[in-house]
Design a protein. Structure first.
Length: 321
């Protein structure tokens, strides 16, 4: 079987992304600093290739795709081309050193995933970036073409979604991330929290951003920034006007996004998530992307361990696939 077109053009308009080179340089700098300090996302090289089933798909693929592009290799034991492609992808995953994660799915044991992705033949390779599934290629392919596709995928992840990958510690043992040492950000985080408590949302946003410049994976700063940005947006809204506009204009994506922000701040978490999942379902192109990105931002506010986030991620996966 000949590989399909492996170009990533059309997934995003890379020409429209400003300062692409600067973004990539910053991502490389962040990775280097995290590797030097033993950042919280450090994993063993063996953790870069994982076996995924239907039960763990949300946790191992959808959630992880918020921090690193996840490449999915659909394969089967009886598939001869799979036996050629699989080891190559595994070697590249280790060589790329955390810039993407390889998830291997045995289609015989996971028929539902195969159907969700609309796979007609194997091997088939997809990627999931920030919760969005992208077809890469089907069938075996030359290594040079695969490398080119991976480079483009990583570029998209960095420039469009700010995904700098995960840090690999060659001395770490498999079985879990390396515990992060206490960082030098306590004073900045405390100042950001004080600004947030004082309703100085702009000041809190700047303070959390200052932490994330040096430590892009800092969980406290990521959560605080998501909260500060949300509260800053809602502070400027007229709730009655926003809800009236959303009710009268169900096809207006911006109106639905604003209403979802209000829902979340008002404690109606499931309503906020449901509104945006439905907006993603019925929209396309930039409108769909805007609703999906805001939904991912609201996931950050609530936190990945909350079961409502898990349920919404599953619902989002259904409408995207």
């Amino acid at each position: 079987m000949q590989p399909r077109n492996m170009s990533m053009s059309g997934v995003v308009d890379l020409a429209a992304v400003k300062a692409a080179g600067e973004a990539k340089a910053k991502a490389e700098q962040a990775r280097a600093e995290a590797a030097r300090t033993g950042g919280s996302a450090a994993v063993a090289p063996s953790a870069l290739v994982i076996d995924v089933d239907e039960a763990g798909f949300e946790r191992d693929v959808l959630q992880r795709s918020a921090e690193v592009p996840v490449v999915i290799d659909f394969w089967a034991e009886w598939c001869e081309p799979c036996k050629q492609l699989g080891p190559l992808l595994e070697r590249l995953a280790v060589e790329y050193n955390g810039r993407f994660l390889l998830a291997k799915v045995d289609v015989d044991a996971n028929q539902m995933l195969m159907q969700q992705f609309g796979i007609q033949g194997i091997p088939a390779v997809f990627a999931v970036v920030a919760g969005q599934a992208l077809p890469l290629f089907q069938g075996a392919a030359p290594e040079a073409q695969i490398r080119e596709t991976l480079d483009q995928l990583i570029q998209v992840g960095e420039e469009r979604f700010g995904l700098t990958g995960i840090v690999v510690d060659p001395d770490a043992q498999a079985g879990g991330p390396v515990e992060a040492p206490v960082g030098p950000y306590d004073a900045l985080l405390e100042a950001a929290a004080r600004a947030l408590d004082a309703n100085d949302f702009a000041g809190a946003t700047r303070a959390y951003q200052n932490v994330l410049v040096d430590d892009p994976a800092n969980p406290e700063a990521k959560l605080g920034l998501a909260q500060a940005e949300l509260l800053g947006r809602v502070q400027k809204m007229d709730p009655n006007e926003v809800r009236k506009n959303a009710a009268e204009n169900p096809a207006d994506v911006a109106a639905q996004i604003d209403a979802a922000d209000l829902d979340l701040v008002g404690g109606h978490v499931e309503d906020a998530f449901g509104r945006l999942v439905e907006t993603v379902r019925r929209t396309f192109g930039d409108d769909r992307d805007a609703a999906r990105v805001r939904l991912l931002e609201l996931f950050e506010v609530i936190g990945p361990e909350d079961p409502r986030v898990g349920a919404a991620r599953t619902a989002l996966a259904r409408v995207l696939f």
